[in-house]
Design a binder for this molecule. Structure first.
Ligand SMILES: *Cc1c(COP(=O)(O)O)cnc(C)c1O
Length: 469
C-alpha cells in the first residue's frame, strides 16, 4: 500500500513515512492510492475474531512497512480490557430491535478518540525508536482530541505534545482532564479564540516547512491518516455484532465535526463492508449537513461558529472532508486542487448541478442537523425508554438517525463520549448528575497546568522552540 496526496504532488509514500506527518507537502491530505477490497468470503472468515485480531486484519492492509509480528504486538498492547473497559473494546448495545449503540467511549479519556489515539501513541513510539528520531506533536483540539492525544503520548520517550485549545470553549470537565496532566512532556496552550483559530495556527506552522523540519514537528489532529485507519476497524466490529450473514446491510449514524469518524465509515464501505447509509449528524454548526443537502460547501467565519452544548462538533470547516471530495471527483487531483483554491479565495464552492453531485448517492451518505432542544429531548427520551444516559454528541447522532431508519436495516449510532464530560446538559435534561466512572472522581479539583496565549503564530513558534525535544 502506497500513499498519495489529494492534490497530486506528493511522491507515493509508505505508511511509516506519512505516519508522523500532517498535511502532505503540497498542502493536500494523504490518502491510500486505492482502497483494499474485502470480498464476502474474507469478510465472513473474520466473523468471530476478537477486536485485536480484526484490527490486525484491517490495519495490515494499510500498514505497508511494519513487520507483521511487530504490528500484532503493537495492536495487542493497545486494545486491552484494562484500557478500554472490556474485552470487546467497542461493545454494541441493542436499544430496541433495529437500533443499536456502538460504545466507543470507554477508553482513558472517555471519548471515542481514544480508540485511534492509543494506537497512535504506540505506533509513534515504535517508529521513532526504530529510526532514532524524536517528535514534537502540535495539535489543535476543541476538547476530546487533545486529551486523547495527551493520554496517548504522556510519558512516551522522545515525544513532546504542544496542544492548543480554545480558551473557555470547553466544558469544565474537558479542561480538567487536559490541564491536570502534569507529565513534563505535555504542554497545554489555551488560545484566546475559537477552535478554528487554533487549527489555523497549526496549519500555519505545518506550512512553514523550515520551522517544521528544524523542530521535528508532527501532528495528531484528525487529519492524521493512521487515526482514520484505526477508526475503520470498529465499523467492521459493529457490523459483525448486528449481522449474521455476509450480505446484510446496516446503517450508521455518526455525530460529526471534522468528518474523521464518518470518513472511516466511508472507507469501510469503499472496502466492501455492506453499509446502506452513513448518516452525517451535525449540531447547529451545520456546514456538512448543508453540503449533503445542497451540494454547496460553505465554510463559516469564526464569528459564525456557534458554541453549542455538543462542543466537540463546533467546527466551521471539516478538515477531513477533502478526502471524501477527492473520491467524489473520481480521485482527480487537478479538479480537487482547483476546488480548494476556490474555497481559499471565496470561502465556498458549489457542486449543485454538477455530474459529481448528481451521483453522490452512490456513496450512501445522508445528513441532518440536531439543535440544543433536540439533544436535550433525545437524552431524556433515551433515558426514559432504554434506561441509558447518553452524552450530547451521541444524542445528536441518535436524533438525526430517527429520520433515516429503514425497516429491516439495523441503525447503529456511534456513542462518541461519556455523559460525565458534559454534565451541565445532563442536569438540564434529566435533573440529575451523570454517572461518574470511579477513575475520575475528584478530577476537577486537581491542580491545573496550562499557558494562555493569543492566536499569534510568532508567539507560538517561540514557545515551541524553547521547549521542544
Ligand atoms: C471529535 C468528536 C466528534 C466529531 O468527530 P469528527 O471525527 O471530528 O467528525 C463527535 N463527538 C465527540 C464526543 C468528539 O470528541
Amino acid at each position: 500500500m502506497k500513499y498519495i496526496s489529494t492534490r497530486g504532488a506528493m511522491a507515493a509514500s509508505d505508511f511509516s513515512e506519512i505516519l508522523l506527518g500532517g498535511l502532505a507537502p503540497d498542502g493536500g491530505l494523504v490518502v491510500p492510492r486505492e482502497y483494499p477490497q474485502i470480498d464476502a468470503t474474507t469478510l465472513q472468515s473474520w466473523r468471530g475474531l476478537g477486536y485485536g485480531e480484526l484490527a490486525f486484519e484491517v490495519l495490515s492492509r494499510y500498514v505497508s512497512d511494519i513487520d507483521a509480528a511487530d504490528l500484532r504486538a503493537i495492536i495487542a498492547r493497545t486494545y486491552t480490557a484494562e484500557a478500554f473497559g472490556s474485552e470487546e473494546i467497542t461493545p454494541v448495545l441493542e436499544l430496541e430491535p433495529g437500533l443499536h449503540l456502538l460504545r466507543l467511549s470507554n477508553g482513558p479519556t472517555l471519548a471515542f478518540k481514544d480508540v485511534a489515539m492509543q494506537l497512535l501513541g504506540n505506533l509513534f513510539e515504535y517508529v521513532l525508536a526504530r529510526e532514532g528520531r524524536s517528535l514534537n506533536i502540535l495539535g489543535a483540539t476543541s476538547g476530546d482530541t487533545g486529551s486523547a492525544a495527551e493520554y496517548a503520548m504522556r510519558g512516551k520517550q522522545n515525544v513532546r505534545v504542544f496542544m492548543l485549545s480554545p480558551d473557555a470553549r470547553m466544558s469544565a470537565f474537558q479542561r480538567a482532564q487536559m490541564y491536570s496532566l502534569c507529565d513534563p512532556n505535555i504542554f497545554n496552550i489555551a488560545v484566546t479564540g475559537v477552535f478554528d483559530e487554533c487549527q489555523d495556527l497549526v496549519k500555519a506552522i505545518s506550512n512553514d516547512l523550515a520551522f517544521k523540519s528544524r523542530h521535528a514537528i508532527g501532528t495528531v489532529n484528525s487529519i492524521n491518516w493512521a487515526r482514520v485507519a484505526a477508526q475503520v476497524v470498529y465499523y467492521f466490529k459493529a457490523w459483525f455484532a448486528v449481522t449474521t450473514g455476509s450480505d446484510e446491510q446496516v446503517s450508521f449514524s455518526v455525530p460529526s465535526g471534522n468528518f474523521g469518524d464518518v470518513l472511516a465509515g466511508h472507507i469501510a464501505r469503499m472496502m466492501g463492508l455492506p453499509i446502506a447509509t452513513l448518516v452525517v449528524a451535525t449540531n447547529e454548526n451545520d456546514v456538512l449537513d448543508e453540503f449533503f443537502r445542497t451540494g454547496c460547501y460553505r465554510v463559516r467565519r469564526a464569528s459564525e461558529t456557534w458554541a453549542t452544548s455538543s462542543p466537540s462538533m463546533d467546527i466551521s470547516k471539516a478538515s477531513n472532508f477533502e478526502r471524501f471530495v477527492f473520491d467524489l471527483l473520481g480521485r482527480d487531483p487537478d479538479r480537487l486542487s482547483s476546488l480548494w483554491l476556490r474555497l481559499a479565495n471565496e470561502g465556498s464552492f458549489d457542486l449543485a448541478g454538477s455530474a459529481d453531485f448528481a451521483s453522490i448517492g452512490r456513496f450512501g451518505f445522508a445528513s441532518g442537523t440536531s439543535r440544543h432542544a433536540d439533544r436535550i429531548a433525545t437524552i431524556r427520551r433515551v433515558h426514559e425508554r432504554y434506561g441509558v444516559v447518553v452524552d450530547t454528541h451521541t444524542a445528536d447522532g441518535l436524533h438525526v438517525a430517527q429520520s433515516h431508519r429503514v425497516a429491516g436495516v439495523p441503525m447503529i449510532c456511534l456513542e462518541t463520549a461519556q455523559p460525565v464530560k458534559f454534565a451541565a446538559a445532563i442536569r438540564e435534561a434529566l435533573g440529575e448528575e451523570p454517572p461518574r466512572p470511579s477513575a475520575i472522581v475528584g478530577l476537577e479539583e486537581r491542580a491545573q497546568r496550562f499557558t494562555r496565549m493569543p492566536a499569534d503564530v510568532r508567539l507560538l513558534k517561540r514557545f515551541i522552540a524553547e521547549r521542544c525535544v
